[in-house]
Design a protein around this ligand. Structure first.
Ligand code: FES
Length: 157
């Protein structure tokens, strides 16, 4: 059963106090909860937020199922999001994400056996001029090659 930590709860309450309507606090609160739930939003997370925020679950679900930055199933310790939109796709981003999957022996959006990685293809991450690029948790890596991307992943503790 998911429960926010006391810091998480305080952070959600702070978000609720910042906006005129509670709905506006859903996105930042989902981010807080997702981080505390190992990178994904489970049904328990939605139930808990619904109670804490006094917002119907259906409203929270509408938001969380629309935005791809909220994960609907478990992800690895490192969530590797490779941009596959046009600027990145033109310089090999799709091949790059397939290469990472091949090297790590995992399918897209699944978790490696050791629990460390999930590789996903995502829409534009706003770094088109330095394509191809990937986001690993909160960090961006740009101007990638197959080799440099794998070296970055191998270097993660
Ligand atoms: S198209 Fe890849 S970052 Fe914009």
């Amino acid at each position: 059963m998911f429960q926010l930590s006391s810091e998480g709860l305080q952070a959600v309450k702070k978000e609720l106090s910042r906006y005129e309507t509670k709905d506006s606090a859903i996105i930042p609160s989902l981010f807080i909860a997702q981080k505390e739930n190992n990178g994904w939003v489970s049904k328990d997370v939605v139930d808990h937020l619904s109670k804490v925020m006094e917002i119907p679950e259906s409203k929270i679900n509408e938001v969380f199922k629309f935005y791809t930055m909220f994960n609907q199933k478990p992800v690895g310790k490192y969530h590797v999001q490779v941009c596959a939109t046009i600027s990145c796709a033109l310089v090999g981003a799709r091949e790059l994400s397939s290469h990472l999957c091949h090297e790590l022996k995992v399918k897209h959006n699944e978790v490696t056996e050791d629990g460390r990685f999930t590789i996903s293809r995502v829409e534009c991450l706003g770094s088109c001029g330095t394509a191809p690029m990937m986001q690993v948790n909160d960090r961006y890596y740009e101007n990638l090659t197959n080799e440099s991307a794998m070296n970055i992943l191998r270097g993660l503790k």
